[in-house]
Design a protein around this ligand. Structure first.
Ligand code: NAI
Length: 330
């Protein structure tokens, strides 16, 4: 079986090659993203392996089907970029990698909280320049703060456990509360109560029609002044224009983003020599209380190893006509 691997960086190729050592699957690596422009590359392949910013809309899936592609093996957990209905109608099987390392993303969310709070990025620069002044670096104690976790699936659960260790008062929101957290007595609240009570809000729910732009001017208006918002989930959860207004009005005291709605044209590439053609993103970077990372929450050694192993397992399952619980349907 021949697989076209899109959005493939050298680190992906290394881990996929190791995971693929004992199979008869042939992997062909493309650094480009899968899109309407690049889908013609999939002729003569049986399957595609894709990542978070590959475009798997109806048009692309139609073209994949026309090129006789039968399987889409995602190398990620989120699948908001895939038109599952089109894939199902056209007979393409879709697999994802749901739980390669929830702690990697949870720990990155914590890194954003700690950096924004204690300003370690600024302190590092100051000390390098021999500036040991503390003015402007004051943080707050996490212990005793009310921390809200929206979405308590695999990543949310790992995140809650870490934040409990900091002594935070944790409240959660999820249409399907986690049994273990309920047993521990963790409180699940309505979004309205979460917005009213939380000092820190961290998003760990999927992007879908119910959650798109859930952080907007209406939800922000209900939040405490100076709230910290962390998004390591998907960029589309936050209406960035409203977040910018919230920053100007000091409603948002700290904003940590590992994902950005328009990240497709920016992230995972070295753009340091180019003029970034996204004025909203550029404006965001000018705020001293905003920290943006380029979708690196997942990027740990263990996570990459698990992504590669599970992707190959999914392709092997497809090849042998088996299904597994990582198969996605509309
Ligand atoms: P999961 O499927 O285990 O958990 C998602 C949870 O969100 C579920 O408990 C679900 O009931 C809940 N949920 C669904 N709709 C909701 C709503 N309207 N409000 C509140 N909660 C809701 O997914 P997992 O593995 O925890 O991943 C969460 C998200 O993290 C993914 O959807 C993905 O977008 C993102 N992610 C980001 C990565 C990064 O590198 N920054 C890497 C991996 C995932």
């Amino acid at each position: 079986m021949k697989v076209a691997v899109f959005s493939c960086k050298p680190y992906d190729q290394r881990t996929l090659d190791i995971a693929n050592k004992n199979t008869n699957i042939q992997l062909h690596f493309f650094e480009s993203r899968l899109s309407e422009e690049t889908v013609s590359l999939t002729k003569d392949f049986d399957a595609v392996s894709c990542f978070v910013n590959d475009q798997l809309n109806k048009q692309v899936i139609k073209q994949l089907a026309a090129n006789r592609i039968k399987c889409i093996a995602l190398r990620c957990a989120g699948f908001n970029n895939v038109d599952l209905e089109a894939a199902g109608t056209l007979g393409l099987q879709v697999f994802h990698v749901p739980d390669y390392s929830p702690t990697s993303v949870a720990e990155h969310a914590v890194a954003l909280i700690l950096s924004l709070n204690r300003k370690t990025h600024k302190a590092y620069q100051r000390v390098k320049e021999g500036n040991f002044a503390l003015e402007g670096l004051m943080g707050f104690n996490l212990s005793g703060k009310t921390l809200a976790c929206i979405g308590t699936g695999r990543i949310g659960l790992a995140f809650v456990k870490i934040m409990q260790g900091f002594g935070c008062h944790v409240i959660c929101h999820d249409p399907y509360p986690n049994e273990d957290l309920l047993k521990q007595g963790v409180k699940y609240s309505s979004l309205e109560d979460i917005y009213k009570e939380a000092d820190i809000i961290s998003l760990h729910c999927p992007l879908n029609e119910h959650t798109q732009h859930m952080i907007n001017k209406n939800s922000l208006a209900q939040m405490k002044d100076g709230v910290m918002i962390i998004n390591t989930s998907r960029g589309g959860l936050v209406n960035v224009q409203d977040a910018l207004d919230g920053l100007y009005q000091k409603k948002i005291g700290y904003l940590g983003l590992d994902v950005y709605e328009q990240e497709g044209s920016l992230f995972f590439e070295d753009m340091s020599d180019t003029i970034i053609q996204d004025s909203v993103f550029q404006l965001l970077l000018t705020f001293p209380n905003v920290m943006v990372t380029g979708h690196q929450g997942y990027f740990t050694d263990i996570a990459l190893e698990h992504i590669a192993q599970t992707s190959i397992e999914n392709l092997t399952c497809f090849q042998s006509g088996k299904s597994n619980n990582r198969q996605l349907t509309a």
